[in-house]
Design a binder for this molecule. Structure first.
Ligand code: NCD
Length: 317
């Protein structure tokens, strides 16, 4: 694998390999001394043109725990705010001699474009409303662990139903998850008000519904999506209250879930809008497990991309 631009780049075998390696990385994460020498001498740049808490810091920790040198460049505070183009910024950073570029950008397709311009490995850390493949990997890691609590030998998601609910139209998390969950064998049901269900969804390998209450009892896991107000130009729903009544994971709706069904949210959450505090903090909420998984999975991805390569440093030691 040269770049990770889309969850569609990953087959079942490759996904399983990344998740298995992430299990080993999670053991490092649990140790008092969190350091492996694997990527010593390699350089990773986080190039973030959009805000981020989880993704940026987990890529940074992932690189550092593998002993890579990691720097962060964000649009705010860089020459991007002086009007530099994406191409010039990417070429400038790459000219310093970086091995991997982790890119988040508000334009769908920006990381794929960047991968044409540079020799470095490019990882898509979220591009517009398009994709966020490492989020789908960390969600798969979290769900696989959850399903293994009762079925320790489970390797696929065959027979499992994952309901993804909320602002599907603006969600790169939903797009990457649909691809990866299907690759792993899950059935996916998308739930959204008609205004937030993307056009063209009929050709996706999923079932769709606008009735959250009807599908909830089927779910082995429910993934709530953030209402992305920053990407909305007009009125997609009458009032926040009405959105919550129709599509929020409210306390009342928790009672419709199968016992033990997992509750996920990629964060950041709008508590009280798409998810209630009761749901976010429920015993079967995996939201903080998802955050923890983010570091282990990104360590695994960085290692897959950079770890096998010969480097001068490796020869010397
Ligand atoms: C998501 C993102 O930025 O795509 N968050 C994340 O990476 N954990 C989802 C969101 O912003 O709603």
């Amino acid at each position: 694998m040269r770049h990770l631009l889309s969850a569609a780049d990953l087959g079942r075998g490759e996904t399983t390999q990344i998740l298995d390696l992430a299990e080993e990385m999670a053991q490092v994460q649990a140790r008092p001394v969190k350091k492996l020498p694997a990527l010593r001498g390699r350089t990773v740049v986080n190039l973030f043109f959009e805000d981020s808490t989880r993704t940026r810091s987990s890529f940074e920790l992932a690189g550092k725990w593998l002993s890579a040198d990691v720097i962060n460049v964000s649009a705010k505070g860089s020459s991007v705010s002086k009007g530099e183009s994406l191409r010039d910024t990417v070429l400038t950073v790459a000219a310093m001699g970086v091995d991997a570029l982790v890119i988040r950008h508000h334009a769908s397709g920006a990381p794929a474009q960047a991968s044409q311009w540079v020799d470095a490995h490019v990882i898509n850390a979220g591009d517009g409303t398009h994709e966020h493949p490492t989020q789908a990997l960390l969600d798969a890691f979290t769900l696989r662990r959850h399903f293994r609590v009762t079925e320790p030998d489970r390797t696929t998601f065959d027979g499992k139903v994952v309901v993804i609910a909320g602002d599907v139209t603006h969600s790169r998390v939903a797009r990457s998850n649909v691809l990866l969950l299907r690759t792993l064998g899950a059935e996916v049901v998308l739930v959204a008000p008609p205004t937030l269900m993307p056009s063209g969804v009929d050709s996706w390998p999923v079932a769709t519904s606008s009735d959250f209450d009807e599908v909830l009892p089927e779910a082995d896991a429910v993934m709530m999506l953030r209402v992305q107000r920053e990407r909305m130009s007009g009125g997609y729903f009458p009032t926040p209250r009405e959105y919550t009544v129709g599509y929020g994971l409210t306390r009342e709706r928790l009672g419709r879930l199968k016992p033990g069904a997992a509750i996920c949210h990629p964060g950041p959450m709008n508590r009280g809008l798409e998810i209630s505090a009761d749901a976010a903090d429920a015993a079967n909420s995996l939201i903080l497990d998802q955050v923890a998984a983010g570091v282990a999975v990104r360590m695994s991805v960085l290692y897959e991309l950079l770890g096998g390569e010969d480097s001068p440093a490796r020869g010397e030691n």
